[in-house]
Design a protein around this ligand. Structure first.
Ligand code: UDP
Length: 236
């Protein structure tokens, strides 16, 4: 597969065309942003860790029956993925209160829910990714009812799978964000990434945060947290 011109540069990844029109290459960067791009920095080694962790988890999700965009890892930082049109919704599943949920509803972090919650944000940087419900998403034609049903089903299935996988590594899965894409035939598949950038991971024993909150909140040892997650999940 030949890497061609850059199609897009996002906050954490670049996307390149290939000689196969159905495949693009994503290249994970060490750049980190938070608060809708207001806070910027570099997390050394993050790109490679997020690439390897995402692929490891997506391979297992595929095996568990959840379709993903993964084609093949090309290098430490680069992966070939199926070209999709991204459904412009951030899909957030939560098992425990944290972050914007705790702030929005005026509750402390760490409340363990009886059942997971799901919420959507409209992917739009100019508007700051506002919260949106499924009626509004359908009204704005961001997705159809059928697509939203499929997305919800996959998102909860990903949660069940990830929760168990992480617990086996001594990690509590607090919450995470998914993005889905549409293939030319309309099939919905899991896209984007699953990494410490997009999930909250707490150590089961100590409660230590092992995710991007260390960067967002200036907690220190940011690189160490990413490395620790790689060690627990990938064994190095
Ligand atoms: N998240 C993300 N990208 C975003 C917003 C949130 O990956 O643009 C992830 C975040 O890492 C966390 C989960 O989604 O695991 C829930 O985030 P929350 O809504 O609490 O927002 P935050 O506190 O990160 O602003």
């Amino acid at each position: 597969m030949k890497k061609l011109e850059q199609l897009y540069e996002g906050k954490a990844k670049k996307v390149f065309a290939t000689d196969d029109p159905a495949v693009v290459i994503v290249s994970y960067k060490d750049d980190a942003t938070a608060f809708n791009g207001e806070k910027r920095g570099t997390i050394l080694g993050k790109g490679a860790i997020n690439n390897r962790m995402t692929n490891h988890l997506m391979r297992k999700l595929e095996a568990a029956g959840i379709p993903t965009h993964l084609v093949e890892q090309l290098s430490d930082r680069e992966t070939a993925v199926k070209k999709v049109s991204i459904v412009p919704l951030e899909v957030i599943v939560r098992n425990i209160s944290a972050g914007s949920f705790a702030k929005r509803y005026g509750v402390k972090e760490g409340i363990v829910f009886d059942a997971p919650t799901i919420e959507f944000s409209y992917k739009n940087d100019e508007l700051g990714d506002p919260l949106i419900n499924s009626y509004q998403a359908v009204a704005l034609k961001l997705a159809t009812w059928d697509e939203i049903e499929t997305i919800k089903k996959y998102a909860f299935a990903v949660n069940d799978f990830l929760k168990a996988e992480l617990l086996a590594c001594g990690i509590t899965l607090v919450d995470f964000k998914l993005e889905f894409g549409k293939l030319p035939d309309g099939t919905i598949i899991l896209a984007d990434e699953i990494s410490p950038d997009t999930c909250r991971f707490w150590d089961v024993e100590t409660g230590e945060k092992l995710d991007k909150d260390r960067f967002r909140r200036d907690l220190g040892n940011v690189e160490g947290a990413y490395q620790e997650m790689a060690r627990r999940l990938l064994g190095k």
